[in-house]
Ligand binder design. Sequence first.
Ligand code: GTP
Ligand code: MG
Length: 263
Amino acid sequence: KIDRTVMSWLCSICCKQKPIKLAMIGLDRAGKTSLTFLLKSEIPVFITPTYGFTSHDIPMKFKNYQISIFDLGGSATIRGYWDMYYTEVHGVIFVIDASDTKRFDEVRRCFQSMLGHAALRHKPILIICNKYDLEQCTASNDIALQILNTPFDNNPFKIIKTSVFMETDDVLSSGLMFLLNYIDRNYNLMCTDVQTKENKSKSLQLKPKSITLQKQRVQLDLEQIDDIDGSDHESNSDEHPATNFYDRPLSAPLQYIRKYASE
Ligand SMILES: Nc1nc2c(ncn2[C@@H]2O[C@H](COP(=O)(O)OP(=O)(O)OP(=O)(O)O)[C@@H](O)[C@H]2O)c(=O)[nH]1
Ligand SMILES: [Mg+2]
């Protein structure tokens, strides 16, 4: 009987899956949510802009880990909340719309501000140049020169190019494996770091931010009302014929952020 108890105790320790958390970030419309669905082996249909964040479990088997991705909204008002996640994630997936050259300056600013964040030091970054099916896309080595022209001394990184509409699943998987293998090799070191910072941020940083969330929500709603007359964010509604401004779940993701922030 003792043997069985000891065995089940050992099993509960050994079989417990360890979490690997990744943040998916990048400008709005870069394709983050679509790529997250591909990583879940689901076909992205009726994707709507992300207001706040959604958490996705990735059903792949990788050693004894449970992998999840925080898919964060990329619109300007939400970008200020990205750093709330930097402390607890083990790695970042940074998505760039390789066809949208007009926004490369904006991408560069976002990327550099992300790199400068102390909570991301030494964490691996997968850079995805997405929308490779589009004619006007820029080659990934040009993007590396134009956008990512920054010293990466503190972060191991890999750049890949993908398209949600072409066969790039292998490339996407190899990019994900780069992150996972690096995190696995450094897990103990990284987890101590993640947990220490997590506790610190819960007690110090999250409370003041959670107070401003309600204001942000109101601001977002006002913007969306303005958007009815034709915002650029909604201008691709032709691509989502079954969804429109009214049936999108507007408030849910930000409520999740509020809940998350107060935990
Ligand atoms: N042509 C092309 N379109 C894509 C690709 N990936 C995504 N899209 C389209 O780009 C639009 C935005 O995709 P999303 O996945 O919602 O982008 P997002 O980065 O999650 O945007 P936010 O949630 O607003 O931050 C959608 O219309 C997608 O169908 C791609 O590889 N090629
Ligand atoms: Mg999204």
